[in-house]
Design a protein around this ligand. Structure first.
Ligand code: ADP
Ligand code: ASP
Ligand code: MG
Length: 464
């Protein structure tokens, strides 16, 4: 009886598709596309679905073109994109031989024409700018996904581009749209299941989506990871693989400290804290749909496909010194609000939070006493309005130029002496704000931005 059950279970497991997400550097040039073809082709029997970012630097270029057009210089805006169109053409010419019709070139011609039209509209302000911005920036992923589908097809893989805007449904928040999960799940299954069952490999652009009216939206910078997680969750995938330019999630940002090492296993909670506080290797929101659906996430290196990378799973064991990794986020502003007249009366905190809610601004770290609050923001777009409102409640101080450092590890809150060893390692650095204990897996503090690299190097040396 047990045997029968096991067979039934294992055969249904093997039918689960897997989702592979390739970041921008993983599709940066001809050599990168070659590596992606190898990685996809080697896993065809696992029923892969591919989610791909824009070629590296393309999203930045499209956003810069939008800004230039907004300032009124349409010609410069449009011509600034030409080198990036050329990069796509170079890849398509290397993979698609001259004796076959090159469908990608036709697609690129359409994109050129449409982008010219959209940038002109930006200059002339003939449609809402936020809407135009998403429509423009979406070409990064539209082109990369189409190109990858053509490249794979040319290499004998039955690939099929699926326009993500037909399946990922969001609200109307251009630039940072929230997916409508039920509708998205249904459309993903409807569109992808028949392709997967027919032995085809669906190729989707990450980051891009559409609202119910069909207008193009985007999920926020770094959002391709999120698309991949949404698709994995909708398909109940067996695994989500995040292919990037480093070997997994590391003990700190390898760009800051050359001694950074790959962490073999992380819990979802650890990964979420790290991602939120700056480890950009995983997008913060990626974690959620994967946790909810119990899908293991593997972070792998496109440049070293055989290296094991990091596995993110629901629970992971504590490491001997408790600390798994140190993340950081720069460009942080501290706001301090104090109000002596609120002493002994309730409602102060709530009044402060309402201001941030009204201006849709996220608070990262917070520390409070009865009548004063210090908090950090990384998005200061609305700061002037926020400060004006807060001044009704008390005195407000705005202090830019900080960085958040977040030390993460399962069991951190419960371990004695850890905070003291962290702070004694950097006892000559002024710590402006500390938050510890809210989550069981992190200790977060704020220092001046110019000290952050040194702080991380010293902590890394001490704990790893
Ligand atoms: P992709 O384009 O593949 O989405 P990202 O640039 O978003 O890649 O993320 C990968 C980068 O994240 C790495 O190149 C690395 O510099 C940075 N990074 C920051 N913190 C970490 C960390 N703890 N582990 C690994 N990479 C990190
Ligand atoms: N291309 C988008 C960006 O650069 C999304 C992503 O790469 O995840 O933010
Ligand atoms: Mg990323």
């Amino acid at each position: 009886m047990q045997f029968v059950l096991f067979v039934a279970k294992s055969s249904s497991v093997s039918k689960q598709p897997i989702v592979l997400k390739f970041g921008g550097t993983s599709v940066g040039d001809v050599a990168a596309f070659e590596r992606v073809v190898g990685i996809v082709a080697s896993q065809l029997e696992r029923r892969p679905v591919v989610v791909v970012s824009a070629m590296t630097k393309v999203t930045d270029a499209l956003l810069a073109a939008f800004d230039t057009a907004k300032k009124g210089d349409f010609a410069t805006a449009f011509s600034s994109l030409e080198p990036h169109f050329e990069r796509h053409i170079e890849v398509s010419q290397r993979f698609i031989s001259d004796d076959r019709p090159n469908a990608f070139n036709g697609e690129l011609e359409f994109a050129r024409g449409e982008l010219s039209d959209l940038l002109m509209r930006v200059t002339r302000r003939s449609l809402p700018l936020q809407m135009l911005k998403d429509a423009i920036v979406a070409y990064g992923e539209q082109l990369s996904s189409r190109l990858l589908a053509e490249v794979l097809t040319a290499r004998g893989v039955a690939a099929h581009q699926v326009d993500s805007r037909r399946v990922i449904v969001t609200d109307d928040e251009f630039g940072a749209a929230q997916p409508i999960i039920d509708e998205t799940n249904e459309l993903v299954r409807l569109e992808l299941d028949p392709l997967i069952d027919g032995g085809e490999v669906p190729i989707m652009g990450g980051f891009i989506a559409a609202n119910r009216a069909g207008e193009t939206t985007t999920l926020g910078r770094g959002g391709s990871d999120y698309t991949a997680a949404l698709v994995a969750s909708a398909l109940k995938a067996g695994e989500l693989q995040i292919w990037t330019d480093v070997t997994g999630v590391m003990t700190c940002d390898p760009r800051i400290c050359g001694e950074a090492r790959t962490i073999p296993v992380l819990s979802y909670e650890e990964a979420a804290e790290l991602a939120y506080f700056g480890a950009k290797v995983l997008h913060p929101k990626t974690i959620k749909p994967a946790v909810d659906s119990d899908i293991p996430v593997r972070v792998c290196n496109t440049f070293e496909p055989s290296a094991v990378g990091t596995m993110v799973v629901r629970d992971s064991p504590e490491s001997p010194n408790k600390i798994k990794s140190i993340a950081h986020k720069k460009n942080i502003t501290i706001l301090r609000i104090s109000s002596a007249r609120m002493l002994g009366s309730y409602g102060f905190m709530s009044a402060v939070f309402q201001v941030f809610e009204r201006f849709r601004t996220v608070i990262d770290v917070i520390s409070t006493s009865e009548v004063s609050i210090a908090l950090t923001l990384d998005n200061t777009a609305e700061i002037e309005k926020i400060v004006t409102e807060l001044r009704r409640l008390g005195d407000v101080e705005v202090d830019p130029g900080y960085a958040v450092v977040c030390v993460v590890g399962e069991g951190l809150r419960a371990s004695t002496g850890l905070a003291s060893s962290v702070f004694s390692t950097i006892d000559d650095v002024n710590v402006s704000l500390i938050s510890h204990g809210a989550s069981s897996v992190n200790l977060t503090f704020v220092v001046k931005e110019e000290y952050v690299a040194d702080v991380i190097k010293r902590l890394h040396k001490e704990f790893f």
